[in-house]
Ligand binder design. Structure first.
Ligand code: SAM
Length: 279
């Protein structure tokens, strides 16, 4: 459960009224029962139900079960599309470890009215479900040009462009800490045949889910700062595409030959990025 306030040994933790209702009426917790909470700064804590009051529940922090950990320093920048799709994008960004979701208005954005409080709640719920220890921020929509004008030094931008770009994995390979091509191509001369030099799985590095996502706080991890940009239903305008391609910090990538909806593109791009660069 994501809670506000500090987490320290023996400290009291006061969930919100809604959360208290969920704990007592849905999870039917009683005094003495235990659960895990996080506040985005102090890691994960085991807490016990100290008191069930009319107006809420008081929890007591018992012990830290996981140190504070963060996912990759990845920002997902998406043009505002239909509300339901933006909600899906926010949920998947939280699951796939994005640190922040930035909404942008582009030349062809049809700005659906978005409720940021609802998007924050979706991000929080997805963070709780996925076991991360921080909740991605969802920023108010800003103009793409303004965002590019104030671009953060050192952050790379993977610009997803259906009109053309390097295959995402190829574009990301130079930045990958992993040997991406562990074996020869699976296609032999006569089309798709038996894989020559099939992958020797023993030789490949494994990337299992480390216990407790044991990431030290990534603050300031220079080379790892990335952003992924996804355009609106109508795509980027030629002027936008031109400007984006001219910038020194962008890599224009293709997500394949088919045109993906913005939410599909966001999920595909984050997954490819994670496979190549992040974790
Ligand atoms: N311009 C397209 C059209 O008119 O049908 C649709 C744009 S698509 C719905 C929304 C965004 O998803 C694009 O701006 C791009 O960022 C991303 N996208 C979709 N398919 C892609 C692909 N095959 N490669 C790279 N990016 C893609």
């Amino acid at each position: 459960l994501h809670v506000q306030g500090d987490l320290a040994p023996g400290g009291a933790v006061a969930p919100t009224l809604d959360q208290s209702r969920y704990l007592t009426q849905v999870m039917r917790l009683k005094a003495g029962d235990e659960l895990l909470v996080f506040n985005g700064r102090d890691g994960e804590w085991r807490v016990s139900v100290a008191e069930v009051l009319k107006k809420g529940v008081i929890l007591r922090a018992e012990e830290q079960t996981r140190p504070q950990a963060y996912g990759p320093d990845l920002e997902l920048i998406v043009a505002v599309v239909k509300k339901a799709r933006v909600e899906t994008i926010v949920e998947k960004a939280a699951e796939l470890g994005a640190k922040r979701v930035r909404l942008v208005l582009t030349h062809r954005t049809n700005a659906d009215r978005l409720r940021l409080d609802r998007l924050d709640a979706i991000a929080e719920e997805a963070a709780e479900q996925t076991g991360r220890l921080d909740v991605p921020a969802v920023d108010d929509p800003v103009k793409l040009d303004a965002l590019l004008d104030g671009w953060e030094d050192g952050r790379r931008l993977m610009f997803c462009d259906e009109t053309g770009g390097a295959p995402a994995i190829t574009a990301l390979t130079p930045f990958s800490p992993f040997p991406l091509w562990g074996g020869s191509s699976a296609r032999s001369g006569d089309g798709v045949g038996a894989a020559e030099g099939a992958l020797d799985h023993q030789a490949l590095p494994t990337r299992s889910r480390p216990d407790g996502l044991d990431h030290p706080p990534h603050e300031g991890e220079g080379e790892g700062r990335w952003a992924i940009l996804i355009g609106p239903e109508g795509g980027f305008s030629p002027e936008e595409g031109e400007r984006l391609r001219s910038l020194p910090f962008t890599t224009a990538v293709s997500l394949g030959p088919r045109i993906l909806r913005a939410d599909t593109a966001a999920i595909a791009a984050m997954t490819l990025w994670q496979a190549a660069v992040g974790d």
